[in-house]
Design a protein around this ligand. Sequence first.
Ligand code: SF4
Length: 172
Amino acid sequence: MRLNGPKDNVLVSVIHLGKFFQNIFLRVNNGFLRWRKGTYDTNTMMILLPRCLQHSACTQNVVEESDNCKRCGRCPVGDVVEVGRRQGTRVLTATGGLMAREYVRRYQPRLIIAVACENELLAGMFKVFPRPVYALINSRPHGPCKDTQINPDEVEKVICMFTPLEVDNKKK
Ligand code: SF4
């Protein structure tokens, strides 16, 4: 990790806080976004997935193009791609922080729904600040960076939470 400014110093401090405080930090971030009640068209959001969500034995190149996923059901990527298709939201898989940042630079999403481990979420969040990032922590039943999991319904719930219709209903 290259350090080159005050933002990086804060990031290093937060990453060294340990999982418990990282979790709290991410919850506060998500709570703040919900409290702010911003609305976004679904096509201005971006779902960002980590490479480790893809099944380790899968040979489909979903990093270059999520439509290459065959939706075979062995990993959550297929169902998340389906959520993106249904909601009109771009789904991208990144092999690391650099690629994730390149996606953000290229597509300029107004809201990023990012799936990753606590460290990666925090690092990414600081790197793209002040762009809003809603953080979804993946589960790691096989250890870190291998066949990680996320519930696709949770991803869809977040999209719906920030769409104008849902926010209007909450205001009533
Ligand atoms: S759902 Fe897609 S990414 Fe996952 S194993 Fe099947 S083809 Fe590969």
